[in-house]
Design a protein around this ligand. Structure first.
Ligand SMILES: Nc1nc2c(ncn2[C@@H]2O[C@H](COP(=O)(O)OP(=O)(O)OP(=O)(O)O)[C@@H](O)[C@H]2O)c(=O)[nH]1
Length: 358
């Protein structure tokens, strides 16, 4: 055992839109001068999570403390991207006191936890805990539920954990790696639903793991950090649907692309259009920045399924094109052309349709 204290790292994982960035942002408000580095990985190419954190104005979220790993999912780029990034952080003259890693919503945490056993990393860092953020209302709505008959048929043919629902696989892998589960978006659950979701979560994890409820990821840092789980020593207790493949998975079940959106007459018009598209095409996640007529500020818009939030985040900078761009993430097979066309249509078309509809 080394007498040099290892730097604790917390892995924040959870499905697309569960509230990981919101939680990390809140956590950073409690940094109290502690040197915390954030590694953020996003599925979709606009780098919005990194930008959200950098622009939040919270001490500690400055440029130099946030490293974005934008290419693909952390779990698939461990050797090429994650390890060199960790090495660089550790080799800083003033290394971080804590490292927060926000995975993409489609990442499987286990290959990432395994990476902490690599020589050069293992001796200097430990996984303090895997915090899995769960979108309470999405679970309550059965978003990750398998079709019970299909699963029964599949299990009868093959006893392995694997099944054919890509959402369920990612969600369950994230749960099974957890040291702490955050049941987020409690504001959108009634007591009975919250109880049911909590039971479902507990049943899905084969060991005792604490589940804490949260709204907008607002939890005390003392709850989230200092779990001292040493997860890298405990891989066997964290089963994965991909154990047989040694963590390899290609994300070919999911696709993302960037759609262009013209300047909009109002924030409401942006949300109405994106919500209609999300519902018509079963889109999992949208996020982007859009220009609104007469507004010097940029509108940030975020959708999880058909639930949207928006707000003006910053002024368009001089010389910056007021171009609206929205990342769209859905299961493979989505009609990208139809979605792109619907988002890119001039807004006058919506007005005409509203008039025609009476
Ligand atoms: N009502 C409600 N909305 C929330 C809560 N937490 C987060 N949100 C909203 O949910 C959306 C997604 O939150 P994020 O923090 O970006 O989620 P994420 O897990 O980082 O998303 P990805 O990185 O895309 O996987 C945003 O619009 C948030 O404002 C919550 O507790 N209640």
């Amino acid at each position: 055992m080394s007498d040099v204290r290892k730097i604790p790292a917390t892995i924040v994982t959870g499905f697309l839109g569960a509230g990981k960035t919101t939680l990390v942002r809140h956590l950073m408000t409690q940094a109290n001068g502690r040197r915390i580095a954030i590694i953020v990985n996003e599925f979709g190419s606009l780098g919005i999570d990194g930008e959200t954190l950098r622009s939040c104005g919270i001490e500690g979220c400055e440029e130099e403390n946030i490293v974005e790993l934008a290419n693909g999912c952390l779990c698939c780029t461990v050797a090429d991207e994650f390890l060199p990034t960790m090495q660089a952080l550790l080799d800083r003259p003033n290394p971080p006191e804590h490292i927060l890693i926000e995975t993409s919503g489609l990442a499987l945490p286990k290959p990432l936890i395994k990476a902490f056993n690599w020589p050069g990393i293992r001796s200097r860092v430990t996984v303090d805990g895997v915090v899995t953020v769960v979108d309470g209302p999405a679970v309550a709505a059965g978003r990750f539920a398998d079709d019970p008959e299909a699963v029964a048929a599949q299990r009868a043919a093959d006893e392995s954990l694997d099944h054919d629902n890509p959402l369920a696989e990612v969600y369950e892998d994230q749960l099974m790696s957890a040291d702490l589960v955050v049941l987020n978006k409690s504001d959108l659950l009634d007591t009975a639903e919250a109880g049911r979701v909590r039971e479902e979560i507990t049943a899905a994890i084969p060991r005792a793991v604490k589940v804490v409820a949260a709204e907008n990821g607002r939890l005390d840092a003392a709850v989230l950090l200092g779990l001292e789980a040493a997860a890298e020593d405990d891989l066997a207790a964290r089963p994965s649907h991909h154990d047989a493949e040694d963590g390899a998975h290609e994300h070919d079940d999911f696709r993302s692309f960037v759609a262009v959106m013209p300047e909009a007459p109002s924030p409401e018009a942006v949300v109405a259009r994106l919500r209609a598209v999300a519902e018509a095409h079963d889109v999992l996640r949208m996020k982007g920045y859009v220009a609104v007529e007469g507004k010097p500020m940029r509108l940030e818009v975020q959708g999880v399924g058909a639930r949207f939030r928006h707000g003006f985040d910053r002024a368009w900078t001089p010389g910056e094109a007021r171009a609206g761009r929205v990342v769209v993430i859905a299961q493979t097979g989505m009609d990208e052309a139809a979605i792109a066309d619907a988002i890119a249509a001039p807004f006058t078309a919506d007005a005409a349709a509203a008039v025609a509809a009476g």
